[in-house]
Design a protein around this ligand. Sequence first.
Ligand SMILES: Nc1nc2c(ncn2[C@@H]2O[C@H](COP(=O)(O)OP(=O)(O)O)[C@@H](O)[C@H]2O)c(=O)[nH]1
Ligand SMILES: [Mg+2]
Length: 216
Amino acid sequence: MQLPFPIAGEPDEFAREAGRKLFAGEKEFLKGVVAMSGLPPDDRIEVCFAGRSNVGKSSLINALTGRKGIARASNTPGRTQEINFFTLADSHYLVDLPGYGYANAPLAVVEKWQKLLKQYLSGRQSLRRAFVLIDARHGVKKVDEEILTLLDKSAVTFQCVLTKADKVKAEEREKVLAQVRGRLSAHPAAFPEIVVTSSEKGDGIETLRAIVATLV
Ligand SMILES: Nc1nc2c(ncn2[C@@H]2O[C@H](COP(=O)(O)OP(=O)(O)O)[C@@H](O)[C@H]2O)c(=O)[nH]1
Ligand SMILES: [Mg+2]
């Protein structure tokens, strides 16, 4: 019996090559945006990386682009406070979103981020897929559910990406996968495949590149 939300398998040769070529192209940090009015024109394929603070969004963008430091990764949660746009070839935007669920920032600041995050996720026409990052040690948390529900309401297809897979043993990972599958099945906008990654070890990076490169 086919499990719901299977783990995305190895890409076929065509998709692997498309991913390799796309991510070998020019890539630059374009700008950090703090208001919807600052968004670049929605004239190309756009994917974003959402998730709780410290889940590994910036590290994943660094691993995908093979450019350590293009997205400032840090072990200081709440570091990324803007919507950061990266150009990839002339055809794609990679978007690093401010994290949510970070308790230590002043309430007014958190509310400002959350408002911008929700406006972006529900109002960006060129957004082809939202990758929602979930820590492979923790599974889906309440704060993630809020974003998943927002993506359902905005009819933005989202795909679950497990991060830091190098930090969990196989049996723990299966437990977390079961929890994640249970939660995703309640969300109509959930893409029916999960990607398991480690930015540290490179697991799943080629698969994710192929997924981005084959989005139309
Ligand atoms: N072991 C391990 N650590 C990771 C991985 N991805 C990110 N980290 C660490 O987790 C912390 C937060 O990463 P960051 O990319 O800044 O998270 P963000 O807040 O979601 O952008 C940093 O210390 C990273 O080095 C991974 O795949 N494996
Ligand atoms: Mg970050």
